[in-house]
Design a protein around this ligand. Structure first.
Ligand code: CA
Ligand code: CA
Length: 397
């Protein structure tokens, strides 16, 4: 899978401004809890099998390895946005609150120093690697060194990580800088960096946001981010152990009807856009899953509230796990990584059959708290009224 952390062990954006944001909830969200909130779908509570998808997950990918064992989970009912949060919705939030996203904030001096140390170390490793190689591979490594040096000229704004089609044949799949670039001017307003704009893409999902940005929006909207378990419960649409959010087969409506905005072509060179989109699509452009959720598979990865750990599932010894909220603090302490990572779900327009299959409902991916990227967004959840939260029946459909 597209491992952003790979870039960030090389060119870390690390912690930026630690300002916390708190907003008055907008009055429009004070409607009676028992009514369906606008744009939200009631996800029934109950039990489901959470975890890896039978036979189809990509071999040794992070998504594959961390999605086992399959285990029983019970969640209470909750509301979930039918679509990913759009640029227009995020713009309303920004206008109302003055919120500044991570990607737009100044970088503290210590942040830049740390980034420069990490980059110098990575350049040293690449230079050593270049000395052991020849030809195209050596040229590719030297190109990567230049890209890292360019990224260091990023100025005083964090920016975001943006996918760029490699112009030449890649020399190895371990160097993610061949298709991911840190662009200082990239943020939610400029999804692909300077010269691009969200204007005209009002109904596309907002991108280049961090878990903190997503949580701030959710708080303002009177909502919250879903837990990872809630997200998967919703994504599976009441189906049990199916490889897709819509069911058992990849193209149930025929080969002409794509069920999600994913990647077609030879990854990462050729993005044919056979499904109609080479980047984000307006939310709701593809058929919904059985719960009525759009783009729960594909379009953009969706940030959830759980911290990431590859062994989250294997730690769950009690069965079933009831309303789990992520790995234990003890497990996180043993993780041994500096930058807190969160779970993202559902894959994106960059997910291909050959590379990650992140669009499968069991697939999971980590996102460092400081890694906004142009394939990552979110949707929001909301508790149902207390009298409706009792879990009844097994909830399976
Ligand atoms: Ca596509
Ligand atoms: Ca999605």
């Amino acid at each position: 899978m597209i491992a952003l952390q790979r870039i960030f062990t090389s060119i870390s954006l690390l912690a930026a401004a630690s300002a916390t944001f708190s907003f008055a909830k907008s009055s429009e969200h004070n409607e009676e809890e028992t009514k369906a909130p606008e744009g939200m779908v009631l996800i029934p509570g109950g039990s489901f099998e959470m975890g890896g998808d039978p036979g189809l997950m990509g071999g040794g990918s992070q998504s594959h390895r961390s999605s086992y064992p399959v285990h029983e989970v019970v969640v209470d009912p909750f509301w979930l946005d039918a679509t990913e949060v759009t640029n227009a919705q995020f713009a309303t939030f920004v206008e109302a609150t003055g919120y500044v996203t991570f990607a737009e904030r100044p970088l503290p001096a210590e942040f830049i120093e740390s980034m420069q140390r990490a980059a110098a170390e990575n350049i040293r490793k690449l230079q050593a690697l270049a000395q052991q190689t020849t030809g195209r591979e050596r040229e590719g490594i030297l190109d990567s060194i230049e890209r890292i040096k360019e990224a260091l000229e990023m100025g005083d704004r964090a920016g975001a990580i943006v996918f760029k089609l490699p112009e030449e044949e890649i020399y190895g799949e371990y160097d993610y800088t061949q298709w991911w670039r840190i662009l200082p001017g990239a943020n939610w307003r400029a999804p692909e960096g300077p010269g691009s704009t969200w204007i005209g893409r009002e109904d596309h999902p907002v991108v280049n946001v961090t878990p903190e940005d997503a949580a701030a929006y959710a708080e303002w909207a009177g909502k919250r981010l879903p837990t990872e378990a809630e997200w998967e419960r919703a994504a599976r649409g009441g189906l049990s152990r199916q490889p897709y959010t819509w069911g058992a087969t990849f193209a149930p409506q025929g080969e002409a009807v794509w069920m999600a905005n994913i990647w077609q072509g030879v990854w990462p060179y050729e993005n044919t856009g056979d499904d109609g989109f080479t980047s984000t699509a307006p939310v709701g452009s593809f058929p919904p899953n059985p719960f009525g959720l759009y783009d729960i598979s594909g379009n953009v990865w969706e940030i959830v509230s759980d911290r990431y750990h590859p062994r989250t599932y294997s730690e769950r010894s009690s069965q079933p796990a009831v309303n789990p909220t992520g790995p234990s603090p003890e497990l996180l302490l043993r993780y041994g990584r500096g930058a807190p990572a969160y779970v993202t779900r559902g894959g994106s327009f960059l997910c291909s059959d050959a590379w990650c299959r992140g669009y499968q409902p069991g697939a999971r991916q980590s996102l460092e708290f400081d890694s906004p990227a142009n394939h990552t967004g979110f949707r929001c959840a909301r508790d149902v009224a207390p009298e409706k939260t009792a879990t009844t029946g097994d909830g399976k459909q």
